[in-house]
Design a protein around this ligand. Structure first.
Ligand SMILES: [Zn+2]
Length: 302
């Protein structure tokens, strides 16, 4: 059974405000334990959480060994004040503030750094990404600082330019990754970063009536084409559903995401995502960045 390389324990797939409020001020062990029980029963043994500012993923990681689950966390996602992500993450205004947040993740025992560098797909308007993305310079500085502290970096990124900037700065995984162009797909395949396209966040909405199906299908089709091309060029792709997001339900999202990925990867699905998950598991833990960098240097020296 595959793990899920992108979940949010704090969210429930229904309504993010209610889900967050349930834990606010007092993290609910009963809710976390119920979800971990479901994951364990489904045979899911690896979870990488995208983080939350309410202490839920930290508590989930503490409980996960009781359920035989390897659970990796960034503590909280880090986002620029006024840009997308503050509903779930912690914000910074200056790079000094950002450094302080990275140091906080370090002292709280975080496994990696999660950064939010763009908005979301606007499901009403094809091609539109909500919110202003961070600049290439900001993205590079954030990734450099995290790498300098020995952390791998998971980046929430949509839009070709933003993804390209993250790849050029050496990001370790790209989450969502909508609206890549042919150059970005090539850069992704050649980068050594892992792409976690979270297709369930789009595909699971088709037919439910909240957004126009024509827009959802067009976004999904673009992602499927890019995934197929990225894999063809040898890129790393992992299964991560963004479980907890709207209409993406914990545990069963692994099957949803597999089915969506299969549409792009066909008979090669299992091989591609087994390799992608192995790379995520290797890199997104303390010390994982060093082993990756060392491996790359060794390889370069051959
Ligand atoms: Zn997420």
């Amino acid at each position: 059974m595959f793990g899920d390389c992108h979940i949010h324990m704090v969210l429930d797939g229904v309504y993010y405000r209610d889900a967050i409020n349930a834990h606010r001020g007092h993290v609910r062990d009963d809710l976390i334990r119920a979800t971990l029980t479901d994951y364990a029963r489904a045979g899911i043994r690896y979870l990488r959480d995208g983080g939350d500012a309410f202490g839920v993923c930290q508590r989930a990681r503490a409980l996960a060994p009781e359920y035989g689950i390897e659970y990796r966390i960034p503590c909280f996602p880090i986002c620029l004040k006024g840009r997308y992500g503050s509903f779930i993450g912690r914000t910074f205004e200056t790079m000094a503030d950002y450094r302080a947040l990275v140091a906080e993740v370090d002292s709280a025992g975080g496994d990696f750094i999660k950064i939010m560098i763009s908005g979301l797909m606007d499901f009403d308007r094809y091609g539109v990404v909500t919110s202003t993305p961070l600049s290439a310079r900001q993205i590079r500085e954030m990734i450099d600082i995290a790498h300098g502290e020995g952390f791998s970096v998971m980046a929430h990124a949509n839009g070709a330019e933003t993804i390209q900037a993250a790849l050029e700065a050496g990001v370790d995984s790209v989450e969502h990754g909508a609206y890549m162009n042919a150059d970005t797909v090539r850069a992704m395949a050649q980068s050594g970063a892992v792409w976690v396209p979270t297709l369930s966040t789009v595909g699971n909405l088709i037919g439910n009536g909240r957004y126009p199906d024509a827009v959802l299908r067009r976004i999904l089709d673009g992602q499927l084409r890019n995934i197929a091309e990225c894999a063809r060029q040898g890129g790393a792709i992992a299964l991560g559903s963004d479980a907890g997001a709207y209409c993406v339900f914990h545990t069963r999202a692994v099957e949803d995401e597999y089915a969506w990925l299969e549409r792009a990867l066909g008979a090669g699905t299992e091989v591609v995502i087994t390799a992608g998950e192995a790379e995520i598991r290797r890199r997104f833990r303390r010390g994982g960045l060093a082993s990756f960098t060392k491996g790359r240097e060794t390889h370069d020296a051959d």
